[in-house]
Design a protein around this ligand. Structure first.
Ligand code: CP
Length: 304
């Protein structure tokens, strides 16, 4: 029995296998329509979500399985003071696999230590979001054809943006990748992320100048400023529109750039960009569902 808490819980070979399974699901969906028959997924979401929860649920239904769960802590016994450990011991009696989102960093790890079924971290505070990274890696693979030799630009809230932390960890395992990190001073990546890059001797630059950085970038990964992680609303208001991508700004960008965003978008990408063929953020949503299908299959068939 195995849980996925960080993207590094999956080896590069396993990531490749998940992408191959996702390709096969797209090519032959009927072959997968009953693979999870009589299996149940529990979605335990203590924080709001549109994509991750519904993507997991759609993934399980498309595999022929069933879904139970809650979408806010207030509708679970967490509101009465129940611990994560007791909740997942209980849910292990009802479901075969758990997808958990929680505002506290490390909560899915606690869940994995107490559950008797696999737990998938579906976002823990400002820490990690490995299944978003599965969506991101598969989008890059499908749209660029490869994952190596790329200049990955990450822009926005690099301090609290858990999808950025997971993406940097994942992409740093591919040859010839470098990072361009664009953020306000206050929202730079945490030092542990930089240390990880230094330890692996992976080149990176940090800048506040988005327009000057853009022409060098192959993958532009935009993020919203994470309002829910700020202690002070005034700081959020001051920083929220630090970077807004507009069509004019793309004048100097590469023709084969791909523009990604984990979503939800607030104001960081002008809606006019949606018509640009380089905009991939809604494809990313669809690719995420196929990768979650592949992950559920891997964890439950491995367990079997
Ligand atoms: N990308 C992402 O995690 O979106 P949700 O918060 O809607 O799940």
């Amino acid at each position: 029995m195995r849980s996925i808490i960080s993207i590094t819980d999956l080896s590069p070979e396993e990531l490749g296998a998940l992408m191959a399974t996702a390709d096969d699901i797209i090519a032959r969906p009927q072959e997968y329509a009953e693979r999870m028959k009589h299996k149940k997924l529990a979605t335990l979401f203590y924080e709001p979500s549109t994509r991750t929860r519904l993507s997991f649920e759609a993934a399980m239904y498309e595999l022929g399985g069933q879904v139970i769960g809650f979408s806010e802590a207030a509708s679970s016994s967490a509101a009465k003071g129940e611990s994560v450990a007791d909740t997942v011991r209980t849910i292990s009696c009802y479901a075969d696999i758990i997808a958990m989102r929680h505002p506290k960093e490390g909560a899915p790890m606690v869940a994995a230590m107490n559950a008797s079924v696999p737990v998938i971290n579906s976002g823990d505070g400002g820490h990690n979001h490995p299944t978003q990274t599965l969506a991101d890696l598969y989008t890059i693979k499908r749209e660029k054809g490869h994952l190596d030799g790329l200049n990955v630009g990450v822009c926005g809230d690099l301090k609290f943006g858990r999808t950025v932390h997971s993406l940097i960890e994942a992409m740093s395992r591919y040859d010839g990748v470098q990072f361009t990190m664009i953020s306000p001073e206050e929202l730079k990546v945490p030092s542990y992320v930089k240390q990880h890059l230094k330890n692996r001797q992976i080149p990176y630059t940090q800048t506040t100048d988005f327009v000057s950085a853009l022409p060098q970038i192959d993958i532009l990964y935009m993020t919203r400023v994470q309002r829910e992680r700020f202690f002070n609303e005034d700081d959020y208001v001051r920083l929220k529109d630090s970077y807004v991508l507009t069509p004019q700004m793309l004048t100097g960008a590469k023709e084969d750039l791909i523009i990604m965003h984990p979503l939800p978008r607030v104001n960081e990408i002008s809606v006019a960009i949606d018509r640009d063929p380089r905009a991939c953020y809604f494809k990313q949503v669809l690719y995420g569902k196929y990768m979650r299908m592949a992950l559920i299959l891997m964890l439950l068939e491995e367990k079997r």
